[in-house]
Design a protein around this ligand. Structure first.
Ligand code: ADP
Length: 315
């Protein structure tokens, strides 16, 4: 039997968010209403999403030697993410510095710090440590591109299914694509990578062809409230979104990829995994914030089951 775990290679930060009625003008100081310190980083968010979806989950990443380290480690552990592959390096833990005004408008300075210290050797060591326990590897691009590309190749060679969320979008060398089993960009990331402006299902299909032409086995383009488009050499299929009332779409993509990866690792078929990812993405939009909005397995089960009764889409 294939191991049911998920390994995530990626970033981990403390998100320091200041809330004020309005954002300061250049050089100005305003009085704020609140500050929160929350676990963040796309790698950590995907890991929490996979763990909450029920998969044994390891995050492979780097934290610093500072008080923020304990904040992120205890948050990850409390969400069920194994921290055995997180290294403390002689640097500072990554920080995303976020300001939000009363209308929800925000700006962010993401400083990778320790995340830049994740090396190809560390990734190799961690893949060796988890390869008997995990069958899926999730990747995003908030770590050094060279390390992310190496992780894709090493994990694929070790027999893991590599799922790449190419966010934030940046050019990647052509040689990485054949190691990617599933690529999960949103519309703007698909557009930035392929040069095809993705505005609807038809343009998403053209962007998907770009990935398949380069050796990706499955392009899964997320379209926000318009659902997702799944394209393989055999089949193209549009999945409509689950209807929800969104309040904050932050981390919908991380919820999607984490729950999708957890379902694949559990041995579920691809369509079921897509539906579970989409349900997790939809649910993440119904709560404010990033990692605190990620749904658990029960909430995903309920949304998928409720919908299956309505439209008969049960697997
Ligand atoms: P990202 O956060 O990376 O931009 P998306 O917004 O495309 O990613 O969201 C990922 C998935 O979450 C979508 O494919 C969809 O299934 C679900 N989702 C996102 N926004 C909504 C929404 N407003 N209503 C229903 N489902 C949504």
């Amino acid at each position: 039997m294939r191991p049911q775990g998920v390994a995530v290679v990626g970033s981990v930060t403390v998100d320091v968010t200041a809330f004020s009625r309005r954002l300061p003008r250049r050089g100005e100081t305003v009085l704020g209403d609140d500050v929160t310190l929350v676990l963040g980083g796309k790698g950590a968010n995907q890991a929490v999403a996979a763990a909450r979806a029920g998969a044994p989950t390891w995050l492979v990443g780097c934290v610093g030697d500072d008080p923020f380290r304990e904040i992120v480690l205890s948050a990850l552990r409390s969400q069920g993410v194994a921290s055995s592959e997180i290294r403390s390096v002689g640097n500072r833990t990554g920080v995303a510095h976020i300001r939000v005004d009363a209308s929800g408008e925000n700006d962010i300075v993401m400083t990778p710090l320790a995340n830049s210290d994740l090396s190809t050797d560390m990734v190799d060591e961690s893949i060796r440590a988890v390869r008997d326990k995990a069958s899926v590897l999730l990747l995003q691009l908030e770590i050094r591109t060279e390390v992310a590309c190496h992780a894709a190749e090493a994990a694929a060679r070790a027999g893991l299914t590599v799922v790449l969320d190419p966010a934030p979008a940046q050019p990647l060398p052509d040689r990485v694509w054949p190691y990617v089993a599933v690529v999960t960009p949103n519309e703007s990331e698909a557009g930035a990578l392929t040069g095809v402006e993705v505005v609807d299902v038809e343009s998403a299909e053209r962007a998907a062809a770009w990935f398949l032409d380069r050796g990706v086995r499955h392009a899964l383009i997320t379209l926000g409230a318009a659902g997702a488009l799944s394209v393989t050499p055999e089949r193209t299929r549009h999945f409509p979104a689950y209807p929800v009332d969104p309040v904050d779409t932050t981390a919908a993509g991380d919820a999607f990829t984490g729950a999708f990866g957890a379902a694949l690792a559990a041995g579920l078929d691809t369509d079921t995994a897509i539906r579970r990812g989409m349900a997790a993405g939809a649910l993440a939009t119904t709560l404010p914030g990033a990692s605190p909005s990620l749904p658990d397995r029960k909430a995903v089960d309920e949304l998928v089951d409720r919908h299956a009764i309505v439209d008969g889409s049960a697997p």
